[in-house]
Design a protein. Sequence first.
Length: 324
Amino acid sequence: MTTFLWRLPSRSPRALAALCGVALGLCFCVPTAHAQPKGKIVVLRSDGPTLKDPERLKVSEDILSQARKYKSFDIIAPAKDVVELLFDLECTEADADCLSRIGTKEGASKVIYSETARGAGGFTLNMRVIDVAQKRVAQTTSQRFGDLTSPTAAIEKAFLVLLGPLDLPPVGQKIEPGTIVLTLAGGGKALVYIDQDFVGTTESTGLTFRYRPGTYTLRVVRAGFKEASRQVIVAAGLMTRLTMTLEAIVPITKEGDPIVPKKDPEPPITKKWWFWTAIGAGVAVVTTVVIIAASSGKDKAPTGQMFFTIDGHYVESDAVFSQK
């Protein structure tokens, strides 16, 4: 460092003031950078005994690619498999303690561990993030995908749960949550989840809650109804209104047929109130016609008594003539 000395004339206030101004200008012109150091995250290769090595490495590459999109972290990708790293540390299981030791060795604050399992309907990706300082599991998630050619969506959702959205604000800036207003068609109580997180129970007016920004799966669960779900985007500082409908579950018999509620059998027509009334009215009309027809002849019609009834037990007494 070079030191410059100026000899000032005695009693020269103007010169002294000028020198002070130059010194202040140099102080403000020299930039001082205090960059916030990035956090380090160890992203391990995906484990999975049911996968072949090329399949497991493909998933590992996709996971690492998604992790590197988080620019606020330095991503460390060990060249060894998880089994080899655990063997070096004389560990037998990938528990929180052993994974934390891997993070400590790499100077990282977090470790991301994943397992990929093949199932009947595709694949399941189980991931967890380890807090190295506290030696505990900080967050977990489980995502499903159809085939190894398209695990990107499942991996993105997993990282959203583990590390949050990509567009994180600078360190120290507060993240403003978004608001979800959920209305349940028909009302009633139901359990509401964001991914795997329980957020509340609907009331007659629905449910209003706040959640951190991101893209999630909103699920509504009620006993006796099919689970309803839909994708929802929570925007910072904004309100999103949703209406969801639950479908009742139809009971199924042992044979697999739906149970249809039985209706009460219809009573026979003879038990209807109007049946015998109609019969009586018909008999009266016929009787009247017969009397008129008989009285219109040349000969005098015989006289007699007529009896009829609408009682079903005495049908044989209807329209009976008795001559004198």
